[in-house]
Design a protein around this ligand. Structure first.
Ligand SMILES: NC(=O)C1=CN([C@@H]2O[C@H](COP(=O)(O)OP(=O)(O)OC[C@H]3O[C@@H](n4cnc5c(N)ncnc54)[C@H](OP(=O)(O)O)[C@@H]3O)[C@@H](O)[C@H]2O)C=CC1
Ligand SMILES: C[C@H](CCC(=O)NCC(=O)O)[C@H]1CC[C@H]2[C@@H]3C(=O)C[C@@H]4C[C@H](O)CC[C@]4(C)[C@H]3CC[C@]12C
Length: 313
């Protein structure tokens, strides 16, 4: 219901954009938009932090960035957290901070998600620690360059292992526990996993793969009446350290706040939404026009970047 009202919001914003160009705004759209926004306001599902109290949550890629912020939000809500990444020293600091913030418990496992055995071991650790699992947040990504595709097929293979296959491996291992708890899978993806954005071809391939696999799996869970939700989180540019180091020279606008982004991801998973679009306007509207005017959207994306500042390496 919330997704439908969000779509109506997006469609209304889109209509406002087009019709404001044609001066039809006052006659046709104002009443329509008023009705839609009233409906959206009254149809919002309320998130409550207590929804996460005592819940058992794995967060991958949580040594920094959005994943780190998600761990802190979950800690404030009183969840049990198990976080992963490669850098042990950073994970130790995040665990300490989670306990200070009120986590019911906080643990970490370090290692690279190139290793499918680690992906499975993280889930086994959750079973050892908690006897079950309520939420699996798949968030980590491998090194991503922002430049013209250089023809390196091996880089794509490695990125598919880290950004896609490890997500599948963790899901396969976690499903029995999630079926038992009626839990949730949150898959963190990107605008670049829904539309063609230049300079991120390998990364984009891995994010499109996530959409294909998890959207298909969601259908199968529904067919079999299995009460496990899958939320695909489509993010625009977020101001994390890595993203700013990688693209600040190219972007014409700053990234959205990582702390708020992290909270919206957790809320969307707790409310069992089908997809999250954050920031809503910069992500949802391109998706609404994607199939109607793909060439127009492609030109919008190119114009949103300082393309001349990307030099072939
Ligand atoms: N920031 C943005 O603009 C956007 C981000 N997103 C998505 O949000 C998610 C988080 O992004 P963001 O917070 O910016 O990313 P960061 O680069 O800040 O964090 C990535 C995390 O993954 C871990 N990681 C890196 N390599 C590996 C590996 N081989 N195995 C296991 N863990 C690894 C890192 O820790 P360590 O190095 O210690 O292993 C770190 O904890 C990603 O899925 C990304 O695609 C989507 C759209 C935009
Ligand atoms: C440049 C993309 C946003 C394009 C867009 O929507 N423009 C319209 C507008 O902003 O109004 C960025 C959207 C997703 C970003 C990439 C991403 O998904 C995460 C990667 C994270 C990594 O740490 C750094 C670079 C990223 C490839 C990041 C780069 C910028 C985006 C493609």
């Amino acid at each position: 219901m919330l997704l439908w009202s969000s779509d109506l919001q997006g469609l209304s914003l889109l209509c406002l954009f087009f019709c404001s160009r044609m001066g039809l705004l006052l006659k046709i759209l104002v009443p329509f938009v008023g009705l839609v926004l009233a409906f959206c306001f009254y149809s919002k599902e309320d998130f409550k932090p207590e929804m996460l109290k005592g819940k058992r949550v794995i967060v991958t890629g949580a040594s920094t960035g959005i994943g780190e912020q998600m761990a802190y939000h979950l800690a404030r809500m009183g969840a049990h957290v198990l976080i992963t990444a490669r850098t042990e020293a950073k994970l130790q600091k995040v665990v300490t901070r989670c306990l200070e913030l009120g986590a019911a418990s906080a643990h970490y496992m370090n290692g690279s998600m190139e290793d499918m055995a680690l992906a499975e071991d993280v889930v086994k650790e959750a079973k050892q620690l908690w006897g079950g699992l309520d939420m699996l947040i798949l968030n980590h990504i491998g090194y991503t360059y922002f430049n013209y595709f250089d023809g390196d097929v091996e880089h794509i293979r490695k990125l598919l292992e880290i950004n896609f296959l490890s997500y599948v491996a963790m899901t396969v291992s976690a499903l029995p526990m999630l079926k038992e708890s009626g839990g949730s899978i949150l898959v963190v993806s990107s605008t670049a996993g829904k539309i063609g954005i230049p300079f991120v071809a390998p990364y984009s391939a891995t994010k499109f793969a996530l959409d294909g696999f998890f959207s298909s799996l969601r259908q199968e869970l529904i067919i079999e009446n299995i009460n496990v939700s899958i939320t695909l989180c489509i993010l625009g540019h977020i101001a994390t350290e890595t993203a700013e180091k990688t693209v600040s020279h190219v972007m014409q606008k700053p990234g959205a706040p990582k702390k708020e982004c992290a909270l919206e991801i957790i809320k969307s998973g707790a409310l069992r939404k089908r997809e999250l679009y954050y920031p809503y306007t910069t992500v949802r509207i391109p998706l609404l026009i994607r199939d109607w005017t793909p060439e127009f959207l492609d030109s919008l994306i190119r114009n949103s970047l300082n393309v001349e500042k990307v030099k072939r390496s």
